[in-house]
Design a protein around this ligand. Structure first.
Ligand code: NAP
Length: 244
């Protein structure tokens, strides 16, 4: 399926590495203008070298005031990918307040804030739009040592549905993708342990983890007009893990 985003402007969070970085590159290949938002300046500089013409914003999305200041003049945006996310592994009894706050600030609160900023200017321009939130299979299945991470992604799923409900009348669609393990920096942190990885892999009917491209393709489909009647979904990109 050929997708074109010529004439569209997209904002991607967590654009410095992993899924976000490859999403930026794919959007640029499809003709979109892109505003790449991430936390590490070097990543944004190297991304700009690979994709000349993109705009970049360096900000820690866990900081509400800094994010409001950094994104106050973003200009018109039609497409938003809320991808920035962090993972911290702690057994339930070891959960610390710092880790709890960090996970919810980045994985949930930033999704609310960035979406508010983008949707307000869509509404001011009377523009339609499409938003994709990057959730996880962990939103719907208990994973050992992932209690808070699972809770943040469950929150993202429900946020996606309520946003779809409230923003539908403005022709703004909101969907989530829910990947299984992807061996990005974040994925490697958790799944490099071969025993842990083997147990997970054995529960995936297709018998493999997801490639970054698998996730990017699903994001692009949900951003595009090809999914024009789809809103409020949480789309597993999980090789069947959640079906079992
Ligand atoms: P990644 O390779 O670690 O990349 C995450 C990107 O988000 C990095 O560029 C990171 O920047 C940025 N980021 C993190 N915290 C930020 C903050 N506070 N402010 C601004 N940018 C921030 O991770 P990934 O695997 O691509 O993950 C992307 C999304 O997919 C996340 O929401 C994750 O939960 C979800 N996901 C991942 C997997 C997996 O197995 N990898 C599975 C399911 C869902 P810095 O490096 O500079 O902090």
């Amino acid at each position: 399926m050929e997708l074109s985003f010529v004439g569209y402007r997209a904002l991607v969070t967590g654009a410095g590495k992993g899924i976000g970085r490859e999403t930026v590159k794919a959007l640029v290949r499809c003709g979109a203008e892109v505003l790449a938002v991430s936390r590490t300046q070097e990543d944004l500089e190297s991304l700009s070298h690979e994709c000349p013409g993109i705009q970049t914003v360096c900000v820690d999305l866990a900081n509400w005031d800094a994010t409001a200041a950094a994104l106050k003049d973003i200009g018109p945006v039609n497409l938003l990918v809320n991808n920035a996310g962090v993972g911290v592994l702690q057994s339930f009894l070891d959960i610390t307040p710092d880790a709890f706050d960090r996970l919810f600030d980045v994985n949930v609160k930033a999704v609310v804030q960035v979406s508010q900023i983008v949707v307000r200017q869509m509404q001011a321009r009377g523009s339609s739009g499409s938003i994709v939130n990057v959730s996880s299979q962990a939103s719907q299945c208990a994973l050992r040592d992932h209690a808070v991470y699972c809770a943040t992604k469950a929150a993202v799923d429900q946020l996606t549905k309520v946003m779809a409900l409230e923003l539908g009348p403005y022709k703004i669609r909101v969907n989530a993708v829910n990947p299984t393990v992807v061996m990005t920096d974040l994925g490697k942190k958790v799944w490099s342990d071969s025993e842990r990885a083997g147990v997970m892999m054995s529960r995936i009917p297709l018998g493999r983890f997801a490639e970054i491209e698998d996730v990017v393709n699903a994001i692009l489909f949900l951003l595009s007009d090809k999914s024009g009647m789809i809103t409020g979904t949480t789309l597993p990109v999980d090789g069947g893990f959640l079906a079992c």
